[in-house]
Ligand binder design. Structure first.
Ligand code: PLP
Length: 369
């Protein structure tokens, strides 16, 4: 639509509205100028793995050796390689709905079966022990958890971490913990990982993180995972026969940011916090929607109510209507396995937030009568 000259305000973006850190740009340019662009070891530069190990120690009190860390082409690749390493055909893996859309697709790609557990607004979209217990069968090998969460913005609390950990320990399950939004969190909320629950949980948790969100380096495609050496070794082997090392230029840039601007995530988060405040105010004036109070990431999860029988009960139909008739793009809840919702990203140039909300309000008023 934009190419056809139409104005569209996109609340659909999944990346911070911030530039990458200067140290990343400088390091990448230097690597290119110095022709230092050959392969690295498959697992990733040892200096980068050491600096990531140091980060785990400082931020979360978790101890990993460099051979327990794999540098990947984005967090997404880390999750996929871990799933291939951990799952056999027909194995079941628990997912919490609403979920990041790639989880079920990646599971199906490696022959595993996604088992969906619906989280509820009245539980603040946090997993609960009875719901997890109900979903576990003899075929369950693990679960994927994501906090701060895309799309709800929920940050898992101690109770949720306890529910996840107790279930994993009792039923001998792996936990893949996608912590890509770890640094994008709004006080008083704070991040806790299942790996911090106990040493026994650290031994069965696969940590996934990366540079896309905290360092605004989405297109640099750099992520990592950490956990028990045998699983990381298997994921590394898989990577050696598929994509080899993550891009050398991106690895060097990541090493520079870890050394020179490790706190860049708090700069990104403090800008996003202002956008979140503004957005919450603007959305409060729109009838027909209720906004889940998010405490992390840069999304708002909007529940909408349409008269019964309305074609817009289908969130894709509603998203298409808003885009085509009002030039505002949101992601339908169905993409995250959940009808009756829309996901809105407020990581948008501030000047456009008001215009986008005006469009959204007008669109919703028209269909809500
Ligand atoms: C929950 C979640 N995990 C993983 C990713 C992928 O991150 P990366 O760019 O590092 O592959 C995203 C990106 O939107 C995400 O929202």
């Amino acid at each position: 639509m934009r190419q056809a000259g139409e104005e569209v305000v996109s609340f659909a973006v999944g990346e911070p509205d911030a530039p990458p850190p200067e140290s990343a740009k400088l390091a990448a340019t230097e690597v290119i100028q110095d022709n230092a662009t050959g392969y690295t070891v498959n697992q990733g530069l040892v200096e980068l793995r050491q600096s990531i190990a140091e980060k785990f120690k400082q931020d979360q009190g978790l101890i990993y050796e460099p051979d327990q860390i794999l540098i990947t082409s984005g967090a997404k690749q880390a999750i996929y390689s871990l799933l291939v390493a951990l799952c056999d055909e027909g194995d079941e893996v628990l997912l919490f709905s609403p979920f990041y859309p790639s989880y079920p697709e990646q599971l199906r790609l490696c022959g595993a079966i996604p088992v969906i557990i619906n989280t509820r607004p009245e539980d603040n979209f946090q997993p609960t022990r009875p719901e997890i217990k109900k979903a576990i069968t003899e075929k369950t090998v693990g679960m994927i958890v994501n906090s701060p969460n895309n799309p709800t913005g929920t940050v898992y609390d101690h109770r949720a971490i306890e529910a996840i950990s107790k279930s994993a320990l009792e039923h001998d399950l792996w936990v893949i913990s996608d912590e890509i939004y770890e640094k994008i969190i709004y006080p008083p909320s704070f991040h806790i990982s299942p790996a911090q629950h106990s040493p026994e949980m650290a031994d069965r948790t696969l940590m996934v993180n990366g540079f896309s969100k905290a360092f605004a380096m989405t297109g640099w495609r750099l992520g990592y995972c950490a956990g028990p050496a045998e699983v990381i070794t298997a994921a590394n082997l898989l990577q050696s026969h598929t994509t080899s090392n993550a891009a050398t230029i991106s690895q060097r840039a990541a090493l520079a940011v870890m050394e020179k601007e490790p706190e860049y995530g708090s700069v990104v988060a403090s800008e996003l916090a202002k956008e979140r405040e503004l957005m919450l105010k603007l959305l409060a004036n729109i009838p027909g929607i209720s906004v889940h109070p998010s405490s992390g990431a840069f999304y708002l999860w909007l529940r909408y109510l349409v008269p019964s029988g309305s074609p817009y009960a289908d969130s894709l139909a509603l998203a298409n209507y808003l885009l085509e008739n009002h030039g505002v793009a949101l992601v339908p809840g169905s993409a995250f396995g959940c009808e009756g919702y829309l996901r809105l990203s407020y990581s948008v140039e501030r000047g456009l937030l008001e215009d986008g909300c005006r469009r959204l309000k007008k669109g919703l008023e028209q269909i809500l009568g």
